[in-house]
Design a protein around this ligand. Structure first.
Ligand SMILES: *[C@@H]1O[C@H](CO)[C@@H](O)[C@H](O)[C@H]1NC(C)=O
Ligand SMILES: *[C@@H]1O[C@H](CO)[C@@H](O)[C@H](O)[C@H]1NC(C)=O
Ligand SMILES: *[C@@H]1O[C@H](CO)[C@@H](O)[C@H](O)[C@H]1NC(C)=O
Ligand SMILES: *[C@@H]1O[C@H](CO)[C@@H](O)[C@H](O)[C@H]1NC(C)=O
Ligand SMILES: *[C@@H]1O[C@H](CO)[C@@H](O)[C@H](O)[C@H]1NC(C)=O
Length: 439
């Protein structure tokens, strides 16, 4: 089994690599869509199911702002230029006058991560329903932030960054933009995975930004990663990355291995298993019906250096800036190895959410991180053993298991319908399909 998964992942990497070298931007989308409109209508389908199927198809192909608008929220698109020239796109679920709340996504993700499961599940909508002015960031290099004042996104110079730069430049630029537009002095922040990593980089390297944040809600913070070294894929990945040294590839995972995943039931299952192999296995909380939507929005593009930097902190066990050759380190950092980020400088009140089946973010590592952060106000281990790294965004029961706790931490009262969880039909279907597939 393990071998088959590795093979699947290898295939994905290979394909994404080849594609990244061959194609630049997104393909033309319009024509194909027209053709598919006439598609088969499935027999015995209730009107409800038909609508659901149509929504899923649409949602896999809408940009984040269009998705937000489709579900009846007021959507806005903003462009923000960083000090080093990257032009980022922010999405906003506008709630004029309300407290701004910035959500920042993880690796290979985009603002889509916070809306992709729809209004009854995803965090951005929940926060909007609780009267926040919700802003969704997009880090440099993802599909919404592939632009620069002088650099060409198809040239390798553009891709010379890791999450260090996302923390140093992207987050500050986006935070300043939100505060400027709204007139607020401080905002609320929540991050998933790398959205936490970059945040802690920012607060330790540019401590003045601590003052601009009311509180940090840190979901699955990938910061210390000692335990991740035993991860089977990480080993494979680091071998893969060693083989990349000196090669021209700098942009990753923007390739379209989607066609492979969509080919048959079996390839779809393999793709999901491949994802589970990386983030932790949890069929019960995975809504397989929504997989086409997930595939439409992931992976959103990432620089190889981002992944290499993560692999460095996994291998060295040190949360530190990117390490080059000893000589270059000496020039850049005046030491042979880069000095660690000083987490005690992160004085923002931080609440941490983590889980026991998160293969990228082991509870031991999270607890060690909490010891070192400057102001941890609490932590919450999700009370479901199988909860994985992506369940923080995708789990069928994520509101019940996680977000309602976050609302409490934020001083909000979860509404009855939040507690009920999302549309029951989806949950039942998600379960049933998941369990069949797991066998
Ligand atoms: C939209 O759908 C077409 C064909 O189904 C696909 O090629 C394209 O990548 C999709 N676009 C997005 C943004 O998902
Ligand atoms: C969300 O749930 C409510 C009731 O629970 C339902 O009326 C609504 O259609 C759902 N919205 C979506 C987009 O599924
Ligand atoms: C990139 O930004 C420039 C402004 O500097 C703008 O003119 C151009 O349209 C943008 N390109 C894309 C693809 O958004
Ligand atoms: C980290 O910051 C704290 C608070 O300013 C300081 O006391 C400590 O010496 C710093 N640690 C390192 C290793 O620089
Ligand atoms: C930690 O956060 C609390 C607010 O929750 C604040 O009152 C306190 O001053 C902070 N502590 C430090 C060391 O910054």
């Amino acid at each position: 089994m393990q071998r088959r998964l590795l093979f699947a992942l290898g295939l994905c990497l290979l394909i994404s690599r080849t594609q990244a070298q061959l194609i630049g931007g997104e393909e033309d989308e319009e024509e194909e869509e027209e053709e598919e409109e006439e598609e088969e209508s499935i027999e015995d389908e209730t009107p409800e199911e038909k609508l659901q199927r149509k929504n899923i198809k649409q949602d896999s192909n809408l940009s984040v702002d269009k998705l937000i608008a489709k579900y009846g929220y007021q959507a806005e698109v903003h462009h923000v230029t960083t000090d080093d020239g990257y032009i980022l796109t922010m999405h906003r679920i506008r709630n004029s006058g309300a407290q701004p709340f910035l959500l920042q996504h993880g690796l290979v993700d985009s603002s889509a991560g916070f809306v992709v499961m729809g209004p009854n599940v995803s965090l951005a909508y929940l926060l909007a329903d609780h009267n926040y002015d919700v802003w969704l960031g997009n880090a440099r290099g993802n599909r919404y932030s592939r632009n620069h004042t002088t650099l060409d996104p198809d040239a390798s110079k553009f891709w010379d960054f890791s999450w260090h730069e996302i923390g140093m430049y992207d987050l500050p630029a986006m935070i300043d933009h939100v505060l400027k537009v709204t007139g607020y002095k401080k905002l609320q922040y929540a991050g998933h995975s790398q959205g936490c990593t970059a945040f802690f980089v920012m607060c330790s390297m540019r401590p003045a930004y601590n003052e601009k944040i009311i509180s940090m809600q840190a979901m699955a913070p990938a910061v210390y990663a000692k335990e991740t070294e035993d991860h089977p894929y990480i080993r494979a990945m680091s071998l893969y990355f060693n083989s990349l040294v000196g090669s021209s590839i700098t942009e990753m995972f923007n390739g379209e291995f989607r066609f492979l995943c969509r080919m048959t039931e079996e390839t779809e299952r393999l793709c999901i298993e491949a994802v589970f192999g990386i983030v932790g296995r949890n069929w019960n909380e995975f809504n397989r019906k929504m997989f086409p939507v997930v595939l439409g929005h992931y992976p959103a593009g990432v620089a190889a250096k981002q992944v290499k930097h993560f692999i460095q902190i996994i291998k060295t066990g040190r949360f530190a800036p990117y390490s080059y050759s000893s000589n270059k380190n000496m020039v850049l950092y005046r030491e042979h190895v880069p000095p660690r980020y000083n987490l005690s400088l992160v004085t923002v009140p931080t609440f941490v959410y983590y889980s026991s089946n998160d293969l990228l973010c082991h509870p031991h590592d999270v607890e060690a991180m909490c010891e070192d952060l400057g102001n941890v106000t609490g932590k919450y281990l999700v009370p479901l053993k199988e909860f994985n790294h992506m369940d923080f965004l995708w789990a069928v029961d994520v509101r019940k298991l996680l977000y309602n706790r976050m609302l409490q931490v934020l001083g909000k009262q979860p509404q009855a319908k939040d507690i009920e969880g999302e549309a029951k039909g989806l949950r039942i279907r998600g379960r049933a399909i998941g369990q069949n597939a797991a066998r």
